[in-house]
Design a binder for this molecule. Structure first.
Ligand SMILES: Nc1nc2c(c(=O)[nH]1)N[C@H]1C(S)=C(S)[C@@H](COP(=O)(O)O)O[C@H]1N2
Ligand SMILES: [Mo]
Length: 334
């Protein structure tokens, strides 16, 4: 994010993704959520584009089954989905490189199975839990959420996941647990970005939420998108989705969750504290020191159809989350 992006690269990425722009919400939702994109009702070209852009990683059978059985919800049903190709080929996942195409290109061999998550800190129930165990106790649902990157682009993504609160309750957090800290896998053998001598990030990637933010019903743990198991480049097998905050809070490929008393030291705050805050709530009135946050480029966007829209307070989730910050100076706590 601290790397300067030019108009030229914007145009390039939109060229890559423009072919599948007609793979729209209606076509997706016309399918049973269980099977994702069935071939029957899609134009041949859309199917090809979709299939061609699919990640080979489809996950273990038990996960596929569970994702396929996720129940539909009303969340985001009025939104136009960002095409699958944008969602899976225009990513930020610095563990696989800093350009938007790198994660799609370099994450295909990433091993997301078997997976386990370590639970530690201020809670009664600690230990290492397999993903299968974690998912055996939750109900998966589909939620269509807006994702607003701090770099002023955005997408609309149909996630498959469950409320983080339902998982956290299982570990019986103590009253001393004021924050939750999340850590991404550190595996330089598999993640070229972690081996790069140019990287300024102190790996592993760490994020955090205040306890009440983590327990908010909007906060999702995702294991899938577009009706299928999460592609590697989107943070397989298990990632956070916090739709009212800038995208960098939505940490990918999580291996550790820790309940802590103090505000965690998170990756982007550590790297550039004057540019990125711990809260990182989407706020059109508080600009990034190097660019405005008043508007955003909604993907797909191109040179001749930039698709710029106004950014909404809390990314449009004001009703759900504004009360978490009543009385707080959101300019100071950006
Ligand atoms: N571990 C890890 N998580 C991460 C990132 C990253 O570089 N590493 N990038 C973040 C940023 S800046 C954004 S915008 C979102 C992008 O999610 P997506 O690629 O699934 O759209 O992931 C976030 N989670
Ligand atoms: Mo981002």
């Amino acid at each position: 994010m601290i790397i300067k992006r030019t108009k030229k690269s914007d145009a390039l990425s939109s060229e890559i993704t423009s072919h599948s722009s007609y793979l729209n919400r209606r076509q997706f939702l016309g399918q049973s959520a269980a099977v994702g994109l069935a071939a029957a009702s899609l134009p041949a070209q859309a199917i090809q584009t979709h299939e061609a852009s699919r990640n080979k990683n489809n996950g273990p059978a038990w996960l596929k089954q569970q994702v396929a059985a996720a129940k539909e919800t009303a969340w985001g049903k009025d939104e136009t989905l960002t095409p699958y190709s944008n969602v899976t080929q225009y990513n930020n996942f610095y563990e696989f490189g800093t350009s938007k195409e790198d994660p799609y290109r370099y994450a295909s061999k990433f091993k997301a199975d078997p997976w386990s998550v370590e639970i530690d800190g201020e809670c009664e129930v600690k230990g290492t839990f397999t993903l299968e165990d974690i998912l055996s106790q939750v109900d998966l649902e589909e939620r269509i959420y807006r994702l607003r990157c701090v770099e002023a682009w955005s997408m609309v993504i149909p996630w498959i996941g469950f409320e983080l609160s339902s998982l956290l309750k299982r570990f019986k957090p103590l009253s001393s647990a004021k924050y939750v800290e999340f850590t991404t896998l550190h595996d330089p053998k598999q993640m070229p970005g972690q081996r790069s001598v140019f990287s300024t990030i102190d790996w592993p990637y760490v994020e955090g939420l205040r306890m009440d933010e983590a327990m908010n019903p909007l906060t999702l743990m995702a294991v899938g998108l577009y009706g299928e198991v999460l592609p590697n480049q989107n943070g397989a097998p298990f990632r956070l989705v916090v739709p009212w905050k800038y995208g960098f809070k939505s940490i990918k490929s999580i291996v550790k969750i820790r309940f802590v008393e103090e505000m965690p030291k998170t990756t982007w705050v550590d790297l550039a504290p004057h540019e990125y805050g711990f809260y990182a709530n989407v706020n059109p009135q508080v600009d990034h020191p190097r660019w405005s946050q008043a508007r955003e480029r909604r993907l797909p966007s191109g040179l001749f159809k930039p698709n710029r829209i106004e950014t909404q307070m809390f990314n449009g989730y004001e009703e759900e989350v504004a009360s978490l910050y009543s009385g707080m100076n959101l300019r100071k706590f950006y």
